[in-house]
Design a protein around this ligand. Structure first.
Ligand SMILES: *[C@@H]1O[C@H](CO)[C@@H](O)[C@H](O)[C@H]1NC(C)=O
Ligand SMILES: *[C@@H]1O[C@H](CO)[C@@H](O)[C@H](O)[C@H]1NC(C)=O
Ligand SMILES: *[C@@H]1O[C@H](CO)[C@@H](O)[C@H](O)[C@H]1NC(C)=O
Ligand SMILES: *[C@@H]1O[C@H](CO)[C@@H](O)[C@H](O)[C@H]1NC(C)=O
Length: 124
């Protein structure tokens, strides 16, 4: 069996969809505040991704967060940050060396995944 990058991306995208909570209690993935619509990041810069941690449930199933990069509605294999507390509200990431585009998003994973709005990454 041949595993292409596409297979990987498709599987990752499916994971995001499947992870949407149905019945589990205290599932928690706060909304992303930054980057937002209109944000432009340049390759190599460091930025704080921020999210809203007001009103978290008492018993959070999974406190460990991960941030991944998404382009053109597909989650890429690029992990920008991992193994941080979802209650921090911010984490510093380095903008990876990727092609220019205005169709980037980040995905904040807690129990499920929350997408940021589309934003731009520029290489110059
Ligand atoms: C990210 O936030 C931390 C804590 O507020 C701050 O010390 C740091 O300078 C920020 N980083 C950037 C790139 O703004
Ligand atoms: C949170 O978990 C603790 C320990 O498992 C339990 O005693 C408590 O009732 C739970 N609280 C809620 C609001 O579910
Ligand atoms: C990505 O999804 C958004 C919202 O569902 C849609 O408006 C947009 O056309 C999609 N972009 C691509 C490249 O598929
Ligand atoms: C995750 O972070 C915790 C606390 O900072 C640390 O003890 C642990 O070793 C880290 N795990 C990985 C896989 O990096």
């Amino acid at each position: 069996m041949k595993f292409s990058l596409f297979t990987f991306l498709a599987a990752t995208a499916l994971t995001v969809v499947r992870a949407i909570p149905l019945e589990r209690r205290d599932v928690y993935t706060p909304p992303v505040l930054y980057p937002h619509d209109g944000t432009v990041w340049y390759v190599g810069q460091r930025h704080n991704v921020t999210w809203d941690t007001s009103d978290p449930p008492v018993n959070i199933t999974n406190k460990i967060g991960r941030i991944m990069l998404r382009k053109s509605n597909l989650t890429t294999p690029l992990i920008l940050a991992d193994n941080f507390s979802i209650l921090l509200g911010r984490i510093e990431v380095t903008v990876p060396w990727v092609v220019d585009g205005s169709d980037y998003q980040i995905v904040l994973f807690g129990d499920s995944g929350n997408l940021s709005p589309f934003f731009t990454i520029d290489s110059a």
